[in-house]
Ligand binder design. Sequence first.
Ligand code: NAD
Length: 452
Amino acid sequence: MASGGPGEVDAAARAATDAFAGWRETTGTERKRLLHRVADLIEANGEEIALLETCDTGQPIRFMSKAAARAAENFRFFADRSETASDGLSLPASGHLNYTLRQPIGPVCIITPWNTPFMLSTWKMAPALAAGCTVVHKPAEWSPVTATRLAELVHEAGIPPGVVNVVNGIGETAGRALTEHPDIRAIGFVGDTRTGRAIMRQGAETLKRVHFELGGKNPVVVFADADLDRALDATVFMIYSLNGERCTSGSRVLVERTVYDDFIARLAERVKRIRLGNPFDPATELGPLIHPQHLEKVQSYVTAGRQEGATLIAGGRCPENAGAGNYFEATLFGDADRFMRIAREEVFGPFLTAIPFDTEQEALEVANDVDYGLAAYLWTSDVTRAHAFGQRLEAGMVWVNSENVRHLPTPFGGMKSSGIGRDGGDYSFDFYMETKNIDIALDRHPVPKLGK
Ligand code: NAD
């Protein structure tokens, strides 16, 4: 795969700038038609996209086929909003009419990570295009393949040249050049919190608008009064699906002490039975991790967990006879406390840390006592507690008695070190568009006269 540098970035940014005037003027109805056409093509090529994605990332095919469908859904959802993206408010005042409208901010860059690259790219790109922005996309260096395929489909759909541009390359070179480029108006970034900090510094000189979707250490809080069977299913799903390489993974499970031993014993049984193997096998639940460097990082947390005194209950090793590939067993640590690194830092792998709690107040303190604040999952049958506790959780998204079920009009994003801004529905347009106010005098009110 080519590795672009500042020269390629400049060419892409210029192409996006040149194409902007035409795309901005394209009617919402036409943009809608074109974006639906992209969705059609994604669906028609869904199997190929899923295979490419599995090949590139090691994500099990069972999840990647759904990711292609979800990517098409992202395009359809924002296609349908193209016609109303510029809508604003009417704010009448005495003698004046004020109204707002939204206009596309300009060429934007989208920088994406490697965990579910195709789906994430569509999630960022579809609203930008619906808003009337042109795009330069820099995919992660570990997973460049499907970004090129997406650009091909976008062009095949009839979206004009220059509206979508892809530059493959290393973060510190291609990514940096993009975030510093004077023609790029905004940065839609999904990735690590440390990279977000660097990007904010890089974009400061040209005053870039930023939208950050960063890391997480998301709690799953299980109260004794919950439907424990469903809580167990969801806990397992939210950390061991997508290889645990998922920003909204439930990577800490906080369990009320009265049911802790029983819940963890059942959890351990399930974890030991997770099917690790060839990601192209539809029966596989856990594939190889993306890169030897990432495997090393995940393994280092097994050492950390042991040294800190937590109990390794399941997994923790690379399986024997697994052949080539960064295979790593589904891993569960128990009896942890909130001060351990395995309870505070994002591992971003199939690695779950279980922590017992005695009271609701303690559960809340432990849940909130991390730098991150992306998602939280709450399991209880007490409706009052669900509301009160949910409102006090420091997380951008809270699911009660549910795994992560996305509804595209709802806001997606995190607080604290998990991000800045929200995606989804109209929230995306607030980022990709400028809100303008127009004030029209309806009368001949006295204008103050100076220097008469
Ligand atoms: P990363 O931050 O290392 O890389 C993400 C992207 O940033 C890549 O394209 C990379 O090339 C680029 N990049 C790196 N340095 C850069 C720089 N100085 N300037 C510009 N671009 C630069 O992240 P990753 O390891 O690819 O992905 C994993 C992280 O992504 C995890 O922390 C995960 O939680 C996060 N993530 C968050 C969400 C969310 O919605 N909150 C979704 C998926 C992943």
